[in-house]
Ligand binder design. Structure first.
Ligand code: GUN
Length: 292
């Protein structure tokens, strides 16, 4: 069994990006800029945004964080985002989700210019992804494909089974792996909560991608020998032996499934760090493509 080290791979990507950005600087060109907008004070969101900002600073991406009170009117937030659409200092706009209830998430996602949509959530980005055009791809799915590439895992003609149909992970990763392109070209099944017998599908997987948010859902008797397992779950499970009172665990019962897997990602240290690395990559790409 080979453990897929997302932390190390993400670090490699960041070092590559740092070199690319240093080169832009030395040529006197514009460096990438990312504005992160956070509404309210959800503690998990704050931690995510802080990590994103730190990662940007490390590779030389200019960054700004807008911390907005949760009682901002929807129209004011939309206006603020739209102003950044015209601000040449920022090539990427990231609005951390979830948003407070009185704000329509769809409206927020749609007001971001597709040229600055480094999260890949805009319907234009999603549509281009589905029809196989170059676009910004949602960061976690892009990170999953990058791990498969960097670990030389064959995908052509392989059966990829995706557990979960979210707009952020399940649907985009299924569409990425489906494309008639290098590092994809897979046979794809999307499995979700309405499946009468999930095992029927998971047992067929050459590559199993679990993104349902149920701790330890995938057990050893649900997979075949030699399966490649990508665990996207980041679940907080109560654990009084830990200083914070909880530990992070994936959607896969790691110890038992690892015994049958040919490759497996751990949680933490698997897919998680790749999400931020791909956000940086998308921001760099936005700068190259659309910098004035
Ligand atoms: N909330 C959870 N994951 C994400 C993400 O990838 N991007 C944004 N903007 N918000 C999130």
């Amino acid at each position: 069994m080979i453990l897929i080290d997302g932390k190390k791979t993400a670090q490699e990507i960041r070092e590559e990006l740092k070199k690319d950005i240093d080169k832009l600087k030395s040529e006197g060109k514009d460096v990438p800029g990312l504005v992160a907008i956070i509404v309210g004070d959800d503690p998990a969101s704050k931690i995510y945004v802080r990590s994103k900002r730190k990662a940007c600073e490390e590779v030389g991406i200019r960054t700004k964080t807008e911390e907005i009170s949760s009682d901002i009117a929807e129209t004011d937030l939309l206006k603020m985002i739209d102003n950044y659409n015209y601000d040449p200092a920022y090539h990427g706009i990231l609005v951390q989700l979830p948003l407070p209830e009185h704000i329509d998430e769809d409206k927020v996602i749609e007001v971001i210019s597709p040229k600055k949509d480094v999260d890949g959530f805009h319907p234009v980005s999603v549509g281009k992804l589905v029809i196989g055009k170059d676009t910004f791809r949602s960061c976690t799915p892009a990170g999953i494909q990058e791990l498969l590439i960097r670990y030389n895992i064959e995908t052509k003609g392989k059966h990829v089974v995706v557990l979960g149909r979210s707009n952020i992970v399940g649907k985009p990763i299924a569409n990425i792996m489906l494309q008639k392109q290098e590092h994809a070209n897979s046979i794809v099944t999307i499995c979700h909560s309405a499946a009468p017998d999930v095992s029927y599908y998971t047992k067929q997987a050459d590559i199993l991608i679990a993104a349902i948010g149920v701790p330890g859902f995938v057990k050893a008797d649900m997979v075949k020998e030699g399966v490649v397992v990508i665990d996207v779950g980041i679940n907080r499970v109560k654990d009084s032996s830990k200083p914070k009172g909880y530990r992070l665990t994936g959607d896969v019962a790691f110890d038992e499934v690892a015994e049958k897997a040919s490759y497996i990602t751990p949680v933490p240290g698997g897919v998680g760090p790749m999400t931020i690395a791909m956000l940086l990559k998308n921001t760099y790409k936005a700068c190259l493509k659309y910098s004035k």
